[in-house]
Write a protein that binds this ligand. Sequence first.
Ligand code: PBG
Ligand code: ZN
Length: 326
Amino acid sequence: MFPTHRPRRLRTSSLLRQMVRETVITTNDLIYPLFAVPGDRIAKEVKSMPGVYQLSVDKIVEDAKEVYDLGIPAIILFGIPDEKDDDATGAWHDCGIVPKASTAVKEAVPELIVIADTCLCEYTSHGHCGYLQVGDLSGRVLNDPTLELLKKTAVSQAKSGADIIAPSGMMDGFVQAIRTGLDEAGYQDTPIMSYAAKYASSYYGPFRDAAESAPQFGDRRTYQMDPANAREAIKEIELDIAEGADMLMVKPALSYMDIIWRVKQACNLPVAAYNVSGEYSMIKAAALNGWIDEERVVLETLTSFKRAGADLILTYHAKDAARWLS
Ligand code: PBG
Ligand code: ZN
């Protein structure tokens, strides 16, 4: 009773395995996140994210050059403003930190794609992703007034040179509002990469250290999605497609591979997966302890995102991965 079918036949040598390999991760698939802070010659490591830094604009430019030289096509910029207020002024003001960083990067490395994260949580005094009712401590963000701020934010980012706008606040109708704002301002050709299915995840903890954006009270569960829901992700992407999104994102990635898969089956747009801060920190911590082989675990993880359907991967591992892949 020996088997007739022997899948092992195709695993006998490295070259044969390479010939039948179904998924190949490349540097071209990666997007590297960067955190811009005011000041000069500042590089402050984020405690919970070894190897990730808050960088002043001059340092962002240095990093952008390195990223481009490594063959990574794009960065996504987050900003930490000098001052936070209830109107998130630092987000939409033309002198804001992200517009400043975008302009500097585009000047130094014109070909590198600059994606601007469009949200308000880094800029509001309470750390929520939009306007709150005055005196409301529940964290229930007011949807429609927030759209106006997001529109202004996106336009100032496009004006400063950002190539792609990436709204991440999970407000209803934000893609349509931003599309209208960009079109009216003459940026019809600026694509929108929507954080379409973004979950209220505990894996964002280290990012909030990096972006200094933890909510001061309440949580984000009235706007980000319930981790228990999958069908709802399809509803969200259908709306974003109807509103004019050019690319869709699923976030987080690692414990949401089924969502990446479903989204990929349900649409014809490029799908991006955000390999978030907590996912990065877990791998880093285990690697620094010598418990896992960092290179192999990272490449396996990134390959798995792609196998699940991701066309693009936002990851803090991007620079290391690019080196390992070259
Ligand atoms: C919020 C935002 C978050 C991340 C990026 N933008 C999540 C949050 O704080 O709710 C998380 C990214 C990461 O964890 O790497 N607009
Ligand atoms: Zn936000």
